[in-house]
Ligand binder design. Structure first.
Ligand SMILES: [Zn+2]
Length: 119
């Protein structure tokens, strides 16, 4: 190997090292982009998860209010039954004589109240 060949090899290596160094720089840029994107996606994921939890919560609250409405309707039915029973047992349920004994007479106020409540 003469001096010229050695020089050429050294300058080839120098060129290769220069290319490798540039590739390393590109990889570093790419890596930092990936890290940034990863950070952004993690943030977005966290945000979406919160939104999801929130809407699941809202949905279960909506279910609760539907259940409450059903329960309220049932209570109205129960209330009517209780009033009807009270009337059957001989007491006024009308606002005119409420709670006082009917003395075995039908009361028009009570009856109209019962009919009104039933509808
Ligand atoms: Zn009455």
């Amino acid at each position: 190997m003469n001096t010229k060949e050695v020089f050429e090899q050294v300058s080839d290596m120098e060129e290769q090292i220069g290319q490798l160094y540039q590739q390393l720089g590109d990889l570093k840029i790419h890596l930092s982009e990936l890290l940034e994107e990863n950070h952004r996606l993690a943030h977005e994921n966290h945000h979406l998860r919160q939104r999801l939890d929130q809407s699941i919560e809202e949905e279960s609250e909506r279910d609760d209010s539907t259940t409450n409405q059903k329960r309220a309707i049932e209570n109205i039915g129960e209330g009517y039954d209780n009033l009807a029973r009270l009337y059957e047992e001989g007491f006024h349920i009308c606002n005119v004589h409420f709670g006082s004994p009917r003395q075995n007479e039908d009361c028009l106020f009570c009856l109209s109240f019962l009919n009104k409540t039933k509808e």
